[in-house]
Design a binder for this molecule. Structure first.
Ligand code: MRU
Length: 338
């Protein structure tokens, strides 16, 4: 019997519990903390990861930063925590959305005796909204299946990456429940293996048939007519639909275009950055080169070698067949402002 009772994040008794995703799939270890700096560290280390989940965790972290802080130190403490959390990861826009929501609550209620409670309330609302958006994404995503399909996905976009059922993963799961999925092909997703460690873990728990392949196998699978469609998540979507997602997503979109295979993005509307017209303005995170020079704890190349380690790439919108959000299934050319 597979136990499907894991969770990515929980807020209870003024503490945040999160599953340390760096230890998955071998160890399911939950960390409990009320320290905003520990939450910032968890985001940096990818113990907590995935654009929507980063946003929710950061909101709780910022609210917790002023718990039991005397009135004369509130502003300084809040803005130090705000800056610390803001600097954890640059690409996922959900982080900035959440922190700014809390900043607005702080400024509107700075003299209130209930400031901490009001911030926690807003964090809980962001949490709940993310859960609800996942449901709507999954529902809207059912429109993309024309027949029972083999689907390829990249990185991890399930319960582990959100506060709900997921984005691209949840579309796949709902598709499976509606008998619209044969099999899922999960890219392993180098360098940090979110596909083979996390997506496979979630597919297994959900009882969905799957195989893991190296990222470079995707084009061959397409050439052999094994893939009917590709669905991925997003870290930031520009107003024209250009989409930043885990490194390797752009390669997939190009391969889909060449093989005439639909390529879909699924994301909550909080992942759309309404301040940037196009993807060239998206700040791409570069991670420590040792993540490329090693796999887990094992060094696979000399530490002194140069390595190139962007965490994300930007797929131009003309390569994206559709963007599934909680609001609708949008088709190219994208117009998110209604
Ligand atoms: O570096 P990560 O693991 O945080 O990257 C995650 C992704 O790229 C996901 O595809 C994206 O955040 C969408 S999660 C619903």
């Amino acid at each position: 019997m597979i136990k499907n009772n894991y969770f990515s994040i929980k807020f209870f008794d003024d503490k945040l519990s999160f599953l340390d995703q760096t230890k998955l799939p071998l160890v399911e270890d939950y960390v409990e903390t009320d320290d905003f700096d520990r939450i910032a560290e968890a985001i940096e280390r990818l113990e907590v990861r995935g654009a929507p989940l980063i946003g929710v965790a950061a909101a709780y972290g910022l609210a917790l930063s002023i718990k039991n802080i005397p009135a004369d130190a509130l502003r300084r403490t809040f803005y130090l925590a705000y800056q610390r959390l803001l600097s954890t990861r640059p690409t996922a826009v959900n982080l900035f959305y959440s922190l700014n929501e809390l900043k607005n609550v702080f400024e509107e209620n700075k003299d209130s005796e209930n400031l901490y409670d009001l911030l926690i309330e807003r964090a809980k609302k962001i949490h709940k909204e993310d859960t609800e958006m996942c449901e709507k994404i999954a529902q809207n995503g059912l429109k993309i299946f024309k027949k029972k399909s083999n689907v390829l996905t990249h990185c991890n976009t399930g319960k582990l990456a959100t506060a709900g059922g997921g984005t691209a993963f949840y579309v796949i799961q709902k598709g499976y429940e509606h008998n619209l999925i044969n099999k899922v092909y999960a890219d392993e997703t180098r360098p940090l293996l979110q596909g083979s460690r996390l997506t496979a873990f979630e597919l297994h728990k959900a009882g969905i048939p799957f195989a893991i392949q190296t990222d470079s196998t995707a084009a061959v699978l397409m050439q052999q007519n094994q893939i009917d469609l590709v669905i991925v998540g997003a870290d930031r979507i520009a107003l024209n639909g250009d989409t930043a997602n885990k490194i390797g997503t752009y390669n997939l979109a190009i391969s889909c275009n060449y093989h005439n295979i639909p390529f879909y993005v699924a994301a909550p509307s909080t992942t759309i950055d309404r301040n940037i017209p196009a993807g060239n303005e998206i700040d791409i995170e570069y991670r420590n080169k040792n993540e490329v020079l090693s796999i887990g704890d094992m060094q696979i190349a000399h530490v002194e070698y140069e390595a190139f380690s962007p965490a994300f790439d930007v797929t131009p919108s003309h390569l994206i067949s559709g963007i599934i959000t909680d609001e609708d299934l949008f088709l190219f050319p994208y117009n998110f402002i209604r």
